[in-house]
Design a protein around this ligand. Structure first.
Ligand SMILES: Cc1cc2nc3c(=O)[nH]c(=O)nc-3n(C[C@H](O)[C@H](O)[C@H](O)COP(=O)(O)OP(=O)(O)OC[C@H]3O[C@@H](n4cnc5c(N)ncnc54)[C@H](O)[C@@H]3O)c2cc1C
Ligand code: FES
Length: 280
């Protein structure tokens, strides 16, 4: 078995600045050794440790979908030491990826069901992976209706703008994009916080799962709306972001009660979380 602490070497193939504040960049990474890509099999919801030579590692959700072959993508918010150095790295630089880690959204359980995606801010990354995965021709028939509510502070803070526009044009996915506020007279989508848009646009919880990923305040106010709509806690799926170190359940850095977020999560149902101490 390969050493789980050993990162795969990857080359930065492309860097895209996503947001107007330039704090969010998407890195497209290509494995230096093609055989490593074969070993890196993942499903949407999982994360990896990105390692920046000489600086350290950070856990980041995988933004690409396993249906996108030949590369991985990660969208990284510049907040501190490692992410700042990552933001300075350019196309052609070599770095490391360790993983895939953690669990994934319950894809088998969701087969034949409707899926409601609720995302806010930069936490939309693994939800982007999920949407691309479900819309792939090989997978689309496995799921019922797909509805997306995605919000950001302002139009310039939305991720993946070209893809959002393309999904808007499709008739097999219902998009509800929203911003907290905007002065832009050409803005043609919603204005309002994500929980309010969920309340307004999602009309049924029948046969549906909700995948929710976003800042804590969005999650806090979205939960009661989903429960009121009739989603049972077992079908409200959340993804947690805790401080982590090893990423493989060895160091004890990320535990909540008897669960390790890196190994037992980061994906949990609301029913599971209600059994744990409120430390997240
Ligand atoms: C499973 C998982 C998936 C994640 N996915 C993404 C992603 O897709 N994109 C992304 O940009 N970030 C993601 N994060 C958060 C990311 O790991 C942290 O922002 C990163 O580790 C910060 O490292 P740093 O060295 O730059 O910051 P540091 O110098 O270590 O810290 C800078 C500031 O960020 C805070 N911080 C550090 N780590 C975290 C954390 N895990 N959660 C909340 N606050 C933190 C610190 O308290 C401090 O205030 C994810 C975290 C986890 C656990
Ligand atoms: S990060 Fe080490 S146990 Fe989870």
């Amino acid at each position: 078995m390969d050493n789980p602490y050993w990162p795969y070497p990857v080359r930065i193939d492309q860097v895209v600045t996503e947001t107007e504040d330039e704090k969010l960049k998407t890195f497209k990474l290509v494995f230096l050794h093609p055989e490593d890509e074969e070993k890196f099999t993942y499903l949407p919801g999982q994360f990896a440790e990105l390692s920046v030579p000489g600086k350290g590692e950070v856990p980041i959700g995988i933004a690409s979908s396993p249906t996108e072959k030949g590369y991985l993508t990660f969208t990284v918010n510049e907040v501190g030491l490692v992410t700042a150095h990552l933001h300075m790295m350019k196309e052609g630089y070599v770095m490391g990826v360790r993983g895939p880690m953690g669990n994934w959204y319950p894809w088998e359980e969701m087969e034949g069901k409707n899926v409601v995606i609720v995302g806010g801010g930069f936490a939309f990354t693994t939800l982007r992976s999920s949407i691309v995965y479900m819309l792939h021709p090989e997978n689309r028939a496995r799921f019922g209706d797909i509805t997306v509510v995605y919000g950001a502070r302002s139009p310039g803070m939305l991720l993946y703008k070209d893809e959002l526009a393309a999904w808007e044009q499709r008739d097999d996915i219902h998009m509800h994009i929203t911003v907290d506020a905007t002065q832009d007279p050409d803005w043609k989508y919603n204005v309002g916080f994500v929980p309010a848009v969920v309340k307004q646009k999602i009309t049924s919880a029948e046969d549906a799962y909700a995948l929710v990923c976003g800042p804590p305040v969005m999650i806090k106010f979205t939960q009661p709306v989903l429960l009121e709509l009739g989603f049972p806690p077992e079908r409200i799926i959340l993804s947690l972001e805790m401080r982590m170190k090893c990423g493989i359940g060895m160091c004890g850095r990320c535990n909540i009660g008897d669960k390790y977020v890196c190994k037992d999560g980061p994906v949990f149902t609301l029913a599971q979380l209600s059994q744990l101490p409120p430390e997240y």
